[in-house]
Ligand binder design. Sequence first.
Ligand code: FAD
Ligand code: NAD
Length: 154
Amino acid sequence: MDDRQFRNAMGKFATGVTVVATEVEGNVHGMTANAFMSVSLSPKLVVVSISERAQMLEKLNQSGKFSVNILSSSQQDLSMIFAGQQKNHQEVKFERLGEVPVLAGAVAQIACEVSAAHIEGDHTLFIGKVTNIHTEDFEPLIYFSGKYRSLAQE
Ligand code: FAD
Ligand code: NAD
């Protein structure tokens, strides 16, 4: 099976879009990720999957804390910025939720402590123990077949 066939198939799974953010020595680093999942209710755990090629991998290993920011339909520009698809962008301001940087305007801000990291193939699965949550009643940004979408109005 070639890579393209796998990616095309995985792209058929419609997802939201998140920006994972962390802070190391006062510097905030963000990365767009759609490999995000709720894992457990008791204790409250989530997972993000980070490529071995991502700068984010070492940052998460160093900080041991991160936020998952579920983007709203008006935040496609942030998804592109944090996927490295938009250069020469304006400075992105982060707020704080507890000890982690978060993005204002996200549908949900989820603060986590790394409780485990599992290397699987060319990615590392970071299990996050949820320490804080903030939600807003915005429409989510959707990603499907490599394109951004929004929910149809009922
Ligand atoms: P870089 O590529 O160095 O940084 C990412 C970008 O964010 C750069 O342009 C950088 O300038 C900018 N940036 C970082 N911090 C700041 C800051 N504080 N202020 C302003 N700008 C900043 N990869 C995965 O591993 N897992 C996934 O689940 C995943 N899902 C994706 C989903 C989508 C929809 C897309 C488009 C991409 C996804 N990727 C995923 C790919 C990943 O987003 C890119 O490969 C990304 O560039 C990797 O980031 P990096 O940590 O290597 O850092
Ligand atoms: P795409 O067609 O490569 O991605 C479609 C789907 O394939 C993604 O939603 C994801 O589920 C999966 N996928 C893609 N690259 C992967 C990887 N390296 N490891 C595991 N799963 C992967 O193209 P796109 O949606 O236009 O993505 C834009 C860029 O972002 C590409 O460079 C892609 O590799 C990267 N991306 C990486 C991941 C990831 O690492 N988990 C997820 C999404 C996108």
